[in-house]
Structures are given as structure tokens and as C-alpha cells.
Design a protein around this ligand. Sequence first.
Ligand code: TZP
Ligand code: MG
Length: 207
Amino acid sequence: MHFPKVPFKLGLYPVVDSVLWIERLLNVGVRTLQLRIKHSTIDEKRDAVRHAIALAKKFDARLFINDEWQLAIEYQAYGVHLGQEDLLEADLSAIAKAGLRLGVSTHSDVEIERVLPIKPSYIALGPVFATQTKEMAMPPQGITKIAEHVAKLSTIPTVAIGGISIKRAEDVLQTGVGSIAVVSAITQATDWRSAVTAFQQLITKQR
Ligand code: TZP
Ligand code: MG
């Protein structure tokens, strides 16, 4: 089983729940995205996944589909993002065989150790800080712990997530993490365009 590689630095990685957001962000130059739809019918999910993948292809962007790995394979997404529980049920070899990248969520050393044998395309580390967006069973890990994970994982691409604001992004980037994933800092911003620009500038400065 082999998952294709992704760039070590994926850049700004917004996680959004609608095709509208995918379209908006592609239009302002975002090239790594995740579609994460939690509360919809399967038909709505299918429509959204199909549409979002088609849009991302037009922009040559990297779109990861959260949870819905069968739809991601069917419509040939760039990749799939799965949580710890999903790993038990998803057909990982089908994902690999279809040539999709795999990103996985982790929240602790134990979870990282558990996913390493799978050799995912990237490992998400979270939550960095407290988040309002998702109910987390695990406590925030903090910057120092994230930096430790990043150092240990060495050449494996990493993504930091959870409570990352523009103000805190610089510290997160200092850990050497490959990319920062954000939800509310963009989708709840008073001016989401300025928020994207601010994140992009911080990321470019770090390179
Ligand atoms: N996984 C860990 S934290 C999180 C997810 C999906 C939500 C992050 O959202 P925000 O608004 O950037 O804290
Ligand atoms: Mg999941």
C-alpha cells in the first residue's frame, strides 16, 4: 500500500463545509483545501464533493475530501482526510490503489505512532490551541509539543490545526510545520479576503 507524496509545505490549508467556500478561496489563490461536510444527506454530500472536485481541478488545486473516501475515489479527488476512527472503517488500500493522497488526524504521541505504519501523505497535528469549531476529546497540545512532533516526524509533511488565528500563525509556523489548517479564522472573519491575504503573507515570509 502506497500513498502518493504531497509537498512538505502545502501552504495555507483552509477547511470548509461548502462548495461556495471552495469557489471563493480558489478565486483568491488558495491551492490547498479540505471539504469537510458533517451534517448533510448523502445526496447533498455527493453533489458537493463532485462539484468541489471539478472546481479544484480547474484551478489545479489540491482538494482533500474529509470522511467521504468512496466519493473522493469516484470523482478522483487529490486526496482524502481521515480521523482516527475513520481509519478502522475506510478501505485504505482502495484509496491507495486509486492514487489518492491520504492525510490523517492525530492528537497525541500515541496516535502518531499508530498512524506511522500506514505511511500517510501527511499527518495533521491538533488541536494546537483550544477551538470552538469542533468538540475535542483531546486537550490542546500547545506550540512546544507541536514543534516536538514536527522535529520527530522530520521529512513527513505535517499540518497544524486547531485555534490558529492570524495573530498566532507566526508562532505556529516557527515550529517548522509544513502547513496550517484553519476554519474559523477564515470562515468567521469579518473580512475573509483580508484574513486569507494575511495568512498567505505570513507563510510566504517563512519560506
Ligand atoms: N480538527 C482539529 S481542530 C479542528 C478540526 C477539524 C477545528 C479547527 O477549527 P478552527 O476554527 O481553526 O479552530
Ligand atoms: Mg472523520
